[in-house]
Design a protein around this ligand. Structure first.
Ligand code: ATP
Ligand code: MG
Length: 567
């Protein structure tokens, strides 16, 4: 088993694999791999790739390998390695004992490079990086052969060996495949296979000072592991000819097939690790796990359940055309899971004190509240009630307009699980702001039902003042203020569209006492407000909660409202 029952909706890759299996290709086996480069945290785009690779493997009774694509020392860090493994497990997948590294194959890759030199298919070039770029030509012009292209095999072998031995400086030589400088596919114009980089590698330390390029390492790593289907994103489509060229010209133990699909782009955010690193380094966010980040670590901290992310990945499907997925679809997937699982509690974000004049001084009663109407087995809990409570500031208006049905002077409403109350007076400060309401309650309505069938038009959530737990609550908005920032023409970058209001901190919310010691990561529905998740920043003095998602799809509402205006 590679993980939870993963559903992969029908897609063209699945169809290709099913055909290969039917034809008995690779002995009917399916082996995929997830190959992250440890140069950043995983994001929701990687989740798409993880679900696809592990999902297809499990569907066809095969296996999915986990491979660190660690050919780039300098950009790679152990912090990333640990976070990546943690995030894949959190998402629900298990690579069992199949943890591999491209660096496991450095010796084999070197031997194969030597073999290519011997068969006249690789050579050491001594042009500078800039010259190599110049000689490469363009899409409309063929490339030019390097003056070093026809070095003898013996000279190439010696130079390559001395490159490995550390006799040259970075950039002095490279090893290139000898293919075709006139090829219409730029990737086939004698691509670089190895470059010199005097830099320690997190695993091989100082053993190597030459490192293979991705294109040279990837296919051969796939072949060594017996990967049958090497699934990658569309930008590698033009590299497939090179992927195949290496496999055709090297004595590899198996023959993988590269298949490409369109990467996930999500509206109002960025997905490139380079950009995410900028957000972290330049302190636009608090870290890789900031709940506004599209990283799996950020989503976990925000309270997104892994199951919701898997469902989302299934919903978006797999195609070949680039598209921008609506953030609302991800939020829908999150709500769908939390609605079934998250216990309901009461929390007041912007408190307004209510004194119930006819309630006995000093009395505290415990009222029964239902934990989850979607799940009878979740049971009930006791919620304290007393003479002073808090309600939401927004739930009161002194001069209500026509369609405001909540509390107002002289009006009666229901307090959830408690009593009917009627507002009899309003207390203001010297600025004329309402700071307290005076109400009376009807003891006959205990539990929130009126024995005489009297109707009220609103039910409010509330928290007992003397037992309330103080909390800081963080509300999140999109990180960017436009859906698509990929167009960087006119000098604009995604940083020009960072939403300055992506985080709103509510300093003094009031929680019901039942969640005073909620462990970090615990998710609740705050009645009428949304889903919230306890943050690791919580202390014994002050709880911190993140808003995971609002209750309704406010996005759809906004779009609808705009549509109404326009139409
Ligand atoms: P980035 O552009 O974010 O740096 P990457 O492709 O360089 O991404 P890798 O660590 O090499 O990052 O990615 C590991 C795997 O995840 C690759 O197979 C890659 O194709 C896939 N992947 C990366 N980003 C996405 C995405 N947005 N949608 C789908 N798959 C993705
Ligand atoms: Mg990559």
């Amino acid at each position: 088993m590679n993980g939870p029952e993963t559903k992969v909706a029908p897609n063209f890759i699945r169809t290709i694999i099913a055909e290969d299996v039917k034809k008995g290709k690779n002995g009917g086996h399916v082996i995929t791999r997830f190959p992250p480069e440890p140069n950043g945290y995983l994001h929701i785009g990687h989740a798409k790739s993880i679900c696809l690779n592990f999902g297809l493997a499990s569907e066809f009774g095969g296996q999915c390998n986990f491979r660190f694509d660690d050919t780039n020392p300098g950009k790679e860090e152990v912090e990333y390695v640990d976070s990546i493994m943690n995030d894949v497990r959190w998402l629900g997948f298990d690579w069992q004992e199949r943890l591999y590294h491209a660096s496991d194959y450095f010796e084999r890759l070197y031997e194969w490079a030597v073999a290519l030199i011997k068969s006249g298919k690789a050579y050491v070039d001594s042009l500078s990086a800039e010259q190599i770029r110049e000689y490469r030509g363009t899409l409309t012009e063929p490339g030019k052969e390097s003056p070093y292209r026809n070095r003898s095999v013996a000279e190439n072998l010696e130079l390559f060996e001395r490159m490995r031995a550390g006799e040259y400086k970075d950039g002095e030589h490279v090893l290139r495949a000898k293919i075709d400088m006139g090829s219409p596919n730029l990737n086939l114009r004698d691509p670089v296979m190895y470059r010199i980089r005097h830099m320690a590698h997190w695993r091989t330390k100082d053993k190597w000072c030459i490192y293979p390029m991705y294109d040279y390492a990837h296919g051969q790593s796939d072949a060594l592991e017996g990967i049958t289907h090497s699934i990658c994103t569309m930008e590698y489509e033009d590299h497939r000819a090179l992927y195949d060229w290496f496999l055709d010209n090297i004595d590899v133990p198996s023959r993988p097939r590269q298949l490409e699909f369109a990467r996930l782009n999500l509206a109002y955010t960025v997905m490139s690790k380079r950009k995410l690193l900028q957000l972290v380094k330049e302190r636009f966010v608090a870290g890789w796990d900031d709940p506004r980040m599209p990283t799996l670590a950020g989503m976990r901290r925000r309270g997104y359940p892994p199951e919701a992310i898997r469902n989302f990945c299934e919903r978006i499907g797999v195609g070949k055309r680039d598209s921008l997925v609506d953030y609302g679809l991800l939020e829908y997937s999150v709500r769908e899971v939390l609605n079934l699982k998250a216990p309901r509690v009461m929390c007041v974000l912007r408190p307004l004190k209510v004194v119930i004049e006819n309630y006995p001084e000093g009395q505290v009663e415990q009222l029964e509240a239902i934990n989850n109407p979607e799940d009878a087995s979740a049971g009930v809990r006791a919620v304290p009630f007393s003479k002073e409570i808090y309600i939401e500031r927004d739930d009161f208006m002194e001069n209500p307009p026509k369609h405001f049905f909540r509390l107002a002077p002289g009006r009666e409403v229901r307090l959830r699980y408690a009593y009917f109350i009627t507002c009899v007076d309003v207390v203001k400060n010297e600025l004329g702001e309402v700071i307290e309401l005076r109400c009376v309650y009807d003891p006959a309505t205990r539990g929130g039902d009126s024995p005489d069938g009297r109707k009220v038009k609103a039910t409010l959530h509330w928290v007992c003042a003397s037992r309330a737990v103080e909390a800081q609550v963080r509300l999140y908005n999109t990180l960017l203020n436009r859906p698509d920032t990929s167009d960087e023409t006119n000098g604009a970058t995604f940083k020009d569209f960072i939403n300055p209001n992506s985080l709103e901190v509510i300093a003094d919310a009031k929680l019901e006492p039942s969640i005073a010691r909620a462990p970090s990561g615990a998710t609740y529905q705050f009645e009428r407000l949304g889903y919230f998740c306890a943050d690791p920043d919580s202390t014994s003095e002050k709880m911190v909660f993140n808003r995971t998602v609002t209750l309704r799809d406010t996005w759809a509402k906004v779009a609808k409202a705009e549509g109404v205006k326009k139409g």
